[in-house]
Write a protein that binds this ligand. Structure first.
Ligand code: BGC
Length: 842
C-alpha cells in the first residue's frame, strides 16, 4: 500500500489565517514496499472552481516545502489543494488539503484599537459587543489581537483553546493577530450574541524583567478585533472594535505573570464606561507565525503532604509550567490561596526562595456554589502547591495541574535499557515543554522567564529532535533580527526588555547557529533567506570588535556560564578565558555564515567570509595555541571548543585531546563544564576516538553529572550542576532554577551517537544510522519524525549478538553502519532487520 500520510501547508494541517505570499506544501508517504521514491508529483490549487496554480507534472523525489507559484493569493480566502504523486513502482496516491489566507495586509483589519481609561487603576477590562445574525452562517472568522494578553469568548464560552495570545514579539515592530473559526459557535440564527475580549497586562504592560518593572511596552492595554460573517445566502456582515463597544470588569480581578491571578466569584460585572479608540499603529500587525500555547497535559496530585511547618502541600510528581485548575465547593467568600514551588527543602518544607521577586500566588474567592477556577493570564513553574484557606471538605482530585507550552508536534522518542537515562530524556523533554512558551525562555518560575539567546542556542539542536521547532524558531528569529543593531549586536534576550547593552559571545551566536540548525534539520532555506542579514550583521558586529588580530578580545561575556571550574572572583563565569571563547565562537559563526552564503548562492559573500574565517583561524592559533601545540586555556571547555570547532592544526589536535582526557581523568571522569562547553563535550570525545569515555562521563551518577540530578529526584533539567548539593542543601547564588534546559543539550548526542540517527543531507533526505553502543547500555530504541517521515533506530547488543531494526522513510536514503564494519550498507526506504554475532566487544 502506497499512501500519503500527511499533507501540510507551511508545516501546518489545514491552516487558516496564513499571510504568506508563497505558501509551501509538504507531504509524507508510506509504502509496504522497500526502496520507494516519488517519481512525480502534481499540485493544483483552486479557489472554488478557478484553478490558481497547477505545478504541472514535476519529476522529483522532493516532497517537502514545494513553493506555491500561482497567481497572487487574495486575503480571507480559502484555497483547496490537491496533490497527486506516483512512485518508482508506478503506484499512485493522492490527497486533499486546504489553506485559508488571513488579512494579508494590515489595512484589512477593519477595526480600531480600543482601550479604556481606567484612571490609573489596574483592572482587567472586558471589551464587549453584542450582535445578532441575519441568517444562516456559512463561515465566520474573528481576527483579533491585543496590547497585553487576551482571551476571546462568545456568550461566555472561550473561543479556541489557546493561551497568552497574541504571544510575545517585539511589540513595537511586530504584533501577531490570531484567526479564529467561530462558525460552529454561531449556529443559532435567532440568538443574541455577546463577544467579549478580556485583556490582561501580560508581557506588554505587566510586571516583567530583571527589575520586575511594569509597562515594558506601554501603560495601557488595548485590543483590536474584526469579525466577518459569511451567510449561506451569500451575504456578508462585518464589524470591528470601535468606540461603540462597551467595557466591563469581571471576576478576574488582577493577573500578572510573576504574581499570579486573583479571581473573585462573588462579584458581578461593573461597567467601566465607553471605550476609547487608541492610536496605536496597525502596521505592526502580522499573522500568527508559530503554534499557539495550549494545555498539552494534565496531572492529578500524587501525594498530599503536611510539611514540618504545617503547610498543606500537593505534589503533582512533575515540575512543569502552567497553572492549577480546581473545582471547589466552599462557603461564600472563602479565600483560597494557591502558592507554587518547584521543590521542597531538605526538611521537607515548601521552598520559594529561588523564585526571587516572583510571588506566584493565585487567589480564588468562592461563591458558595460549586466553582471552577482556572487562571487565564498567568503561568507558574511548579511541581508542588501549598493551599491555604480551605474550610469545607476537599480532595486531591479537586486540583489539576495543567501543563502549558507552545503546541509543537512531538517528533522524538528515546528509550534505552537504563531507566535513569530514560528519566533524563523525560527531564530534557520537560525542560523544553516548560520553556518553549511562545518564546524560548531560560526558566518559567522566577522573576525572569526571558528569551535568553545563549540558552536557546545551546539547546536548539536537541530541541529539534524532540519537537518540530521550525515555526517556533522562525518566529523568534525574526524578533531577534528586529532587535539586533549594528551598534550593539544581538541583545542578551529576545524580545529585548533589558535595554541596550553590548552583546556577548555564545549568546549573540544564536543569530547564526539557530538558523543554520533549522536549515539542517528541516531543509528550510527560507529561514536562511530571512535571517541572512541578521547572520551577517552578527559576524560584522564581532568583526568591528576585532582590533589588531582578527579576534574578539574585549567587553563583557558570560563565558562558560555556571561552569564548575570558576573564573577567579566569579561564581558564575567558568575558568575558560572568555576572549578565547569569544574568538572560538567568532570563527564558528563566520564558518556558518560562509556555508549559508554558499547555500544561498551568494558567491561574493562566500569568498569574503571564507577569507575572514581563515584570518580568524590563523590569529586564533597564533594567540591561543603554542608552537608545540599546547592550548593556552586548557580547561575542559577550552579543549572541547577547539576540537569541536576545528580550530587547531591537525598536528596539534592529539595534544589538545590528551589535555581534555587528562583533565577529565583528574576529575575522576566528571565534567566541570558550563553552558558553552557542555553541549559539545560527549560529541567531541566520541568524534575523537574516546566514545567509551564519553559514555562513562554520561553515565556517572555522582556529583556532578546528568544522572546525579536524576538520583536527586529531578523531573526537569536544573540550571546548575549543584542546584542541589550532595548534602541536599541548595546552591545559594540566588540563581537557582530547577527548570533550565541548557544542560539538556546532551540530548543531541543521545540521538546522534547512542541511537545513531545522523543527517548527511539537510532535512534528512540522506542520513546515517550509526549506533555507537557504550558500556552500561544494552539497547536503545529511538525515533525521529523527520520532514520525510519516521526514522527509527533500535539496537540491542547482548552476549555478542548485535541486532538492529531500522525504518527509513519514503524518498530518503540511509547509510547503515553496523558496529565494527568498515563501510556502510546503503538502503532506500523501508523497514530492515540486521542481526549478527560478533566476537568483539564494544
Ligand atoms: C539566566 C540564564 C542566562 C544568563 C545569562 C541568567 O539569569 O537564567 O540562563 O543565560 O542569565 O547570563
Amino acid at each position: 500500500m502506497f499512501r500519503i500520510t500527511e499533507f501540510k501547508v507551511e508545516y501546518r494541517k489545514v491552516p487558516i489565517g496564513l499571510d504568506i505570499d508563497k505558501p509551501r506544501f509538504s507531504w509524507t508517504m508510506t509504502s509496504s514496499k522497500q526502496e520507494v521514491k516519488q517519481q512525480e508529483y502534481r499540485i493544483r490549487v483552486r479557489d472554488q472552481a478557478r484553478l490558481v496554480w497547477d505545478s504541472g507534472i514535476c519529476q522529483s523525489d522532493v516532497s517537502h516545502l514545494i513553493e506555491y507559484d500561482g497567481s497572487c493569493l487574495e486575503p480571507l480566502k480559502s484555497y483547496q489543494v490537491s496533490l497527486e504523486v506516483s512512485n518508482n513502482y508506478g503506484e499512485k496516491a493522492s490527497s486533499l488539503s486546504s489553506f485559508e489566507t488571513g488579512l494579508m495586509d494590515y489595512r484589512n483589519m477593519k477595526a480600531d484599537w480600543i482601550t479604556v481609561n481606567s484612571k490609573g487603576r489596574d483592572e482587567i477590562p472586558i471589551f464587549r459587543k453584542t450582535f445578532k445574525l441575519k441568517s444562516e452562517v456559512a463561515k465566520a472568522r474573528i481576527y483579533a489581537s491585543a496590547l497585553g494578553v487576551y482571551e476571546l469568548s462568545l456568550n461566555d464560552n472561550k473561543v479556541g483553546d489557546s493561551y497568552f495570545a497574541p504571544g510575545w514579539t517585539c511589540y513595537h515592530h511586530r504584533i501577531q493577530y490570531q484567526t479564529y473559526d467561530v462558525t460552529e459557535m454561531l449556529k443559532e440564527t435567532s440568538k443574541d450574541y455577546k463577544l467579549d475580549i478580556t485583556v490582561a497586562n501580560g508581557w506588554y504592560k505587566g510586571i516583567f524583567g530583571l527589575e520586575s518593572s511594569p509597562n515594558n511596552y506601554g501603560d495601557r492595554v488595548a485590543s483590536i478585533a474584526y469579525v466577518r460573517v459569511e451567510y449561506a445566502d451569500g451575504g456578508i456582515d462585518e464589524f470591528g472594535t470601535d468606540s461603540s463597544w462597551s467595557c466591563f470588569t469581571g471576576q478576574t480581578v488582577t493577573s500578572e505573570m510573576y504574581l499570579g491571578e486573583h479571581i473573585d466569584k462573588t462579584i458581578s460585572e461593573t461597567e467601566l464606561g465607553k471605550v476609547e479608540t487608541y492610536s496605536y499603529p496597525k502596521t505592526v500587525l502580522i499573522a500568527q507565525e508559530n503554534e499557539q500555547v495550549k494545555i498539552t497535559k494534565r496531572f492529578k496530585a500524587i501525594e498530599k503532604i503536611v510539611t514540618p511547618k504545617g503547610e498543606t502541600v500537593l505534589d503533582f510528581g512533575q515540575n512543569l509550567t502552567g497553572f492549577i485548575s480546581c473545582v471547589l465547593k466552599q462557603p461564600k467568600g472563602t479565600r483560597i490561596t494557591i502558592k507554587h514551588a518547584e521543590v521542597l527543602d531538605k526538611e521537607g518544607n515548601f521552598y520559594t526562595e529561588n523564585l526571587r521577586a516572583a510571588k506566584p500566588e493565585d487567589v480564588f474567592i468562592c461563591s458558595g456554589e460549586e466553582d471552577v477556577f482556572t487562571p487565564k493570564f498567568t503561568f507558574h513553574g511548579f511541581r508542588y502547591i501549598a493551599i491555604e484557606g480551605l474550610i469545607d471538605a476537599w480532595g486531591m482530585k479537586d486540583f489539576t495541574a495543567c501543563a502549558l507550552h507552545t503546541d509543537m508536534e512531538e517528533t522524538g522518542t528515546f528509550t534505552c535499557s537504563n531507566t535513569k537515562v530514560n528519566r533524563l530524556q523525560q527531564n530534557i523533554e520537560w525542560g523544553q515543554r516548560s520553556n518553549f512558551l511562545d518564546i524560548p525562555t531560560d526558566c518559567p518560575q522566577r522573576d525572569e522567564r526571558l528569551g535568553w539567546t545563549g540558552d536557546a542556542q545551546v539547546f536548539a539542536r536537541t530541541a529539534a529532535f524532540n519537537f518540530n521547532t521550525a515555526l517556533f524558531f522562525t518566529k523568534w528569529l525574526k524578533d531577534l533580527a528586529v532587535e539586533q543593531t549594528r551598534k550593539s549586536g544581538v541583545p542578551y534576550v529576545v524580545p529585548n526588555i533589558l535595554g541596550e547593552a553590548d552583546a556577548a559571545t555564545g549568546w549573540g551566536d544564536a543569530a547564526t547557529i539557530i538558523p543554520w540548525t533549522m536549515y539542517l534539520v528541516y531543509g528550510d532555506k527560507r529561514i536562511l533567506e530571512h535571517q541572512y542579514e541578521s547572520m551577517k550583521n552578527w559576524v560584522e558586529y564581532i568583526h568591528s570588535k576585532a582590533q589588531g588580530p582578527e579576534l574578539w578580545q574585549q567587553g563583557f561575556h558570560f563565558g562558560d556560564w555556571v561552569a564548575l571550574d570558576k573564573e577567579e572572583g566569579s561564581d558564575r563565569v567558568g575558568a575558560t578565558d572568555v576572549y578565547f571563547i569569544a574568538s572560538a565562537f567568532y570563527a564558528y559563526s563566520t564558518s556558518l555564515l560562509m556555508e549559508t552564503a554558499k547555500v544561498l548562492n551568494k558567491e561574493e559573500d562566500a569568498t569574503k567570509y571564507r577569507q575572514l574565517y581563515q584570518r580568524i583561524i590563523a590569529d586564533f592559533r597564533d594567540e591561543y595555541i603554542t608552537k608545540k601545540g599546547r592550548l593556552v586555556s586548557e580547561t575542559q571547555t577550552g579543549c572541547i571548543l577547539t576540537l569541536n570547532f576545528d580550530l587547531a592544526e591537525e598536528k596539534d589536535r592529539p595534544r589538545i585531546l590528551k589535555a581534555l582526557v587528562e583533565n577529565l581523568n583528574r576529575h575522576d571522569n566528571h565534567l566541570v563544564t558550563g553552558f558553552l562547553g557542555t553541549p559539545y563535550l560527549c560529541q567531541t570525545l566520541t568524534e575523537n576516538g574516546y566514545h567509551q569515555l564519553a559514555g562513562e562521563v554520561f553515565l556517572k551518577e555522582d556529583y556532578p553529572s546528568w544522572l546525579y540530578t536524576v538520583n536527586m529526584g529531578a523531573t526537569t533539567m536544573w540550571e546548575r550542576w549543584n542546584s542541589i548539593n550532595p548534602d541536599r542543601n541548595f546552591d545559594e547564588s540566588g540563581m537557582n532554577s530547577f527548570n533550565h534546559y541548557a544542560y539538556g543539550a546532551i540530548g543531541d548526542w543521545m540521538y546522534q551517537k547512542l541511537a545513531g540517527i545522523r543527517l548527511i543531507e539537510p532535512a534528512y533526505k540522506r542520513f546515517m544510522i550509526k549506533p555507537e553502543p557504550i558500556h552500561g547500555i544494552t539497547w536503545v530504541d529511538a525515533s525521529f519524525t523527520s520532514v520525510y517521515g519516521i526514522i527509527r533506530s533500535k539496537w540491542r547488543f547482548e552476549k555478542n549478538i548485535f541486532s538492529l531494526d531500522i525504518e527509513v522513510p519514503v524518498n530518503t536514503e540511509a547509510e547503515i553502519w553496523l558496529i565494527h564494519s568498515e563501510k556502510p550498507v546503503l538502503v532506500g526506504s523501508g523497514s530492515y532487520h540486521f542481526e549478527f554475532v560478533t566476537g568483539q566487544s564494544i
